[in-house]
Design a protein around this ligand. Structure first.
Ligand code: ZN
Length: 185
């Protein structure tokens, strides 16, 4: 869950207004986010920008544990303008509008698999679900044919029901036979 939050936070950019933005964790600068640049024990989590930035100056003495010089140097080069009358605003970079939506968040967080031509052919709105499901099970050899049942120690005589007869082959029931060799395949 923390990884998901981290991933979401990285896609929220903040425009500084009043400065109620977390110095370390929020994505408010081009150097984003700052906590990734230092060791965890150097971070004081609840420092807000408005607490350490006044009149164009960064008040480093506010920190109980001093940030590394590289952080100070990088941050000092940024020119912020705090405005008590302007709210801090967020921008969701995963959408053109900048507004977060469930669909854009889902697309960001979900695991995407490689596009499968096979899946796109069997899972189609024109194909009944049970046929798609049957095809998938057959391809992955997951149907409960006699040969599969025998693997659980249930050994019964196996003959394909459409192949029974004195002039027929009396083949046993397997996925390969049912879908490839059988007379009705
Ligand atoms: Zn058969």
């Amino acid at each position: 869950m923390c990884n998901l939050k981290d991933k979401v936070d990285q896609n929220i950019l903040w425009n500084v207004g009043k400065g109620n933005i977390n110095f370390w964790y929020d994505n408010w600068s081009p150097i984003v986010p700052l906590y990734k640049m230092i060791e965890d024990d150097l971070i004081q989590q609840n420092i807000m920008i408005k607490e350490i930035y006044n009149d164009g100056q960064w008040n480093w003495s506010y920190f109980q544990v001093q940030p590394p010089d590289k952080i100070k140097l990088l941050v000092s080069q940024l020119h912020l303008i705090l405005d008590d009358d302007t709210d801090d605003t967020s921008h969701w970079i995963c959408s053109n509008s900048g507004r977060c939506s469930i669909s854009t968040a889902w697309n960001l967080l979900r695991r995407k698999r490689q596009f499968s031509q096979f899946d796109s052919r069997i899972w189609h709105m024109d194909i009944p679900f049970k046929k798609s499901f049957l095809t998938r099970r057959a391809v992955h050899d997951k149907l409960s044919t006699d040969d599969k049942i025998s693997m659980f120690g249930i050994n019964l005589p196996s003959i394909c029901s459409s192949c029974i007869g004195p002039t027929l082959s009396n083949r046993s029931e397997t996925v390969e036979h049912l879908f490839c060799d059988d007379q009705y395949a």
